[in-house]
Design a protein around this ligand. Structure first.
Ligand code: ADP
Ligand code: ZN
Ligand code: MG
Length: 469
């Protein structure tokens, strides 16, 4: 029998607002445990929430970009449950009026996007003897993006996540660091015999911390479903935890339903009205996205499509590219620098594009130096890597390492004389009409100059010398 896999995603994006969703505490990742907290974060009685306006605007940015219907009267609800990471015993979320409905990403339909708060983090002692609570993450704003069950293949899931990630990054609303949990994805999965109209029973997988884990988990879980059903069993609707070390999913809890959470409208957060003026104001601030940038780089700057794709692979890289173009007016040089030496640097050092720290002004200075013939290509690359690695001052580094090209005409004349004296045969060939030998003789002169010769000076001088001899 042929089986079809059906999947829907629930993606949580932690927003990069400075402060939390309902209080002024910092959202910064990785602080000392319980230092970014206030009585509101930990749900002490009598503290009222105050909604962060930026959270609503971030949701509007994403919704407008993904062609969603934006809800004009937004309300918040309480999802009630007890767990140590949620001392209030409810999560403030949106059940009845999510901020965005419908919309799509690359053909996959969205069900909704809603705003909610994150919970704290439970930290287990390595030997299992204790569990500690860190409430720094409590109240960090999240957007939950829920798709329709439109996925049929792993590739579609990964493409969707890649596009969503790119969109969140370019909109500047989430840093999308899966390893820090700022982008988390739960996969709902069921299988059905190919051709059957109804969906099968689904399970939901959590704790998927990388694209690779997602691919492995889908593979494992779909096989498990098919196995159970083929052997005459039934799939239990439940939440399962993916264990990436064991390569297995394990039951975590029975799939709860909305009734279990006793949802009710939150009496403490008043409705938020999004009027036309606010919506248009946010629409006007939407930045250019990766796909639009690629088109512009190709059309406006004549960059090859493959290179345009490399440059837009991460927002920090395209920002660097645009800055270099601005400073040098040389888009092709800037593109070559990025697709060549910069990518080599990232690969060699295992640096993620988002962690790249480089001074665009110094790289622009290097481009200007090589184009003006002050340094040759080898010196250009060497200095560039010193800028990437040690953030050196280009001119100081070039001078200290003797990389400045020799503009001294006496030295050039001496090098030409030496090269001519050492290569009588090549000169005879050249004078006999074999113009290709010119490159060879030129190479000999440059060798005499130890690679520091300035071709713009050497070439005419050599031509003149050859015409004379
Ligand atoms: P609940 O209300 O129980 O959370 P939803 O209808 O909101 O369930 O769906 C949650 C997620 O599960 C959505 O991403 C949806 O696309 C997906 N989903 C729903 N039914 C199935 C199914 N039979 N197989 C796979 N995914 C499904
Ligand atoms: Zn707080
Ligand atoms: Mg749901």
């Amino acid at each position: 029998m042929n089986w079809e896999v059906v999947m829907g995603l629930e993606v949580h994006a932690e927003l990069s607002t400075k402060s939390k969703i309902f209080c002024g505490c910092s959202t910064e990742f990785g602080g000392e445990p319980n230092t970014h907290v206030c009585p509101g974060c930990t749900g002490e009685p009598g503290v009222l929430p105050m909604l962060n306006k930026a959270v609503v605007e971030y949701a509007m940015r994403l919704g407008l970009t993904l062609d969603c219907d934006i809800t004009r009267v937004n309300t918040f609800d309480r999802k009630n449950y007890f767990y140590p990471d949620l001392p209030k015993a409810w999560q403030t979320t949106q059940l009845y009026a999510p901020v965005c409905r419908n919309g799509s990403v690359g053909g996959i339909r969205l069900h909704q996007i809603h705003m909610e708060e994150d919970a704290g983090k439970l930290v287990h002692a390595p030997n299992g003897s204790a569990a500690y609570m860190d409430y720094n993450r409590s109240g960090t704003p999240l957007l939950e993006i829920v798709t329709k069950p439109d996925f049929r293949t792993t590739e579609q899931v990964l493409d969707f996540l890649e596009t969503l990630r790119e969109t969140l990054l370019y909109l500047d609303i989430c840093d999308c660091k899966m390893q820090e949990g700022s982008l988390r994805c739960d996969v709902n999965l069921s299988v059905r015999p190919l051709g059957q109209a109804e969906f099968g029973t689904r399970t939901e997988m959590k704790n998927l911390n990388s694209f690779k884990a997602i691919a492995r988990a889908i593979e494992y879980e779909s096989k498990r479903h098919i196995d159970v059903i083929t052997r005459g069993g039934q799939i239990t609707q439940e939440t399962r935890r993916w264990d990436d070390n064991k390569g297995k999913s394990m039951p975590m809890r029975n799939k709860e339903n909305a009734q279990d959470y006793r949802y009710f409208p939150c009496p403490d957060v008043p409705p938020v009205i999004i009027d036309d003026a606010w919506l248009e104001q946010v629409r006007a601030t939407l930045p250019e996205l990766a796909a639009q940038k690629r088109e512009r780089y190709i059309g406006e700057h004549g960059i090859a499509p493959k290179d345009a794709a490399t440059i837009t692979v991460h927002k920090t890289i395209s920002v660097l590219f645009e800055r270099l173009v601005e400073l040098t007016g040389q888009p092709k040089e800037a593109a070559n620098l990025i697709t060549g030496e910069l990518m080599r640097h990232l690969n060699n050092t295992g640096t993620l594009p988002e962690d790249l720290q480089v001074d665009a002004g110094k790289l622009a200075e290097l481009i200007n130096l090589v184009l003006a013939g002050k340094i040759n290509r080898a010196a250009y690359k060497q200095t560039m890597h010193a800028v990437f690695g040690e953030d050196v001052q280009p001119m100081a580094y070039i001078e200290q390492n003797g990389l400045l090209m020799d503009d001294n005409s006496d030295a050039v004349a001496a090098a030409i004389a030496a090269a001519l004296a050492a290569n009588p045969k090549a000169i005879a060939d050249y004078r006999g009409g074999n113009e290709k030998t010119f490159g060879f003789i030129m190479g000999q002169v440059m060798k005499e100059l130890k690679g520091q010769g300035n071709p713009a000076l050497v070439k005419p001088a050599l031509e003149a010398a050859l015409a004379d001899c």
